[in-house]
Design a protein around this ligand. Structure first.
Ligand code: RIB
Length: 300
């Protein structure tokens, strides 16, 4: 099993369930509130660790109550925390609205947004001991892109889940082993109106596009669409993309072929949306294995 490092964000999620979203100037009543650990980076680390991966998380927290709760959560989930504490910033917070089988999120990055030459050098020194490094774009993107450049020179497997999406230079894309956007993020990162089918053909066995219930699209000589699970009881889709990327890293780390890692991650993501909260629904390995591909995968 390869060693996985996740470099990314860690937030406290403050979640409101409602029937709709308020319009500008409007107040509406929500149905329920809960809080829980989140942040795309921490979520992906927890997803891989819950499946049995050897996972470390590199991120930054404020010296506050949320910060200590979130570090404890990583340890409880068997993720090795490499945390930098920021004296001047609060821990990142995500305000999440869950409604209509979907969600919308505002993130206040706080301590997540760190970039200093010293921190970059420290990360380079630490990350060299890992085989797979998984990134997102919810922390300072210069930090991410400089680390990708450095780690590709050291022949590491680099996975980027480009969320939240922004345009990425082709020179960076060349250095990434696997890119895992959803279909909306895909067109933003390439700054292109081309179809998903065209884009995956330009990036064979690298670009893996999650398209919700339509499945996962990639190209390996022909355009492949791996069907998603048929989930009858969708409870909360928050963290489904994170579960996919964390489970995909785990699958690659244990030596799965690309198709097998995608199928595995697809089932893990399908299971994750049957419980409330970003991390609560992330499955154990036995749950993914029990969910055979035949049983609940959508028919094309
Ligand atoms: O992808 C879901 C995550 O996005 C949430 O946990 C929230 O913290 C935001 O980062």
């Amino acid at each position: 099993m390869k060693k996985i490092a996740v470099v990314g964000s860690i937030n406290m999620d403050l979640v409101v369930e409602s029937d709709s979203l308020p319009k500008k100037g409007e107040t509406i009543l929500g149905n329920n509130f809960f809080s829980g650990p989140g942040g795309k980076g921490a979520n992906q680390a927890v997803a891989a660790a819950r499946l049995g991966g050897d996972v470390a998380f590199f991120g930054s927290l404020g010296k506050d109550y949320f910060g200590s709760e979130l570090e404890k959560n990583l340890t409880d989930e068997r993720v090795k925390p490499y945390i930098r504490y920021d004296e001047n910033q609060s821990t990142g917070v995500a305000l999440i609205n869950v409604y209509d089988d979907d969600n919308s999120i505002i993130v206040v990055s706080g301590a997540n947004n760190i970039y200093t030459e010293g921190y970059l050098a420290q990360l380079k020194g630490e990350l060299i001991q890992f085989d797979i490094v998984l990134f997102q774009l919810e922390i300072n993107d210069s930090l991410v892109f400089e680390l990708i450049d450095y780690l590709s020179n050291h022949h590491k497997i680099i996975i980027l889940n480009p969320a939240p999406a922004k345009k990425i230079a082709p020179s960076i894309i060349d250095k990434i082993t696997y890119l895992t956007p959803n279909e909306h993020e895909c067109q933003i990162i390439f700054d292109s109106q081309e179809s998903i089918e065209t884009l995956v053909q330009r990036h064979p066995e690298k670009l893996i596009v999650t398209c919700g219930e339509k499945g996962v699209c990639y190209y390996d000589g022909q355009v492949q669409v791996v069907p998603s699970m048929d989930v009858a009881n969708i409870v909360d889709t928050t963290g489904a993309g994170d579960t996919f990327s964390g489970a995909f890293a785990y699958g690659i780390g244990r030596g799965d072929t690309l198709i097998k890692a995608i199928q595995f991650a697809n089932v893990a993501a399908g299971l994750s949306i049957t419980k409330k909260g970003a991390q609560a629904g992330m499955p154990q390995l036995s749950e993914v294995e029990k969910e055979t591909l035949e049983s609940r995968v959508r028919k094309p």
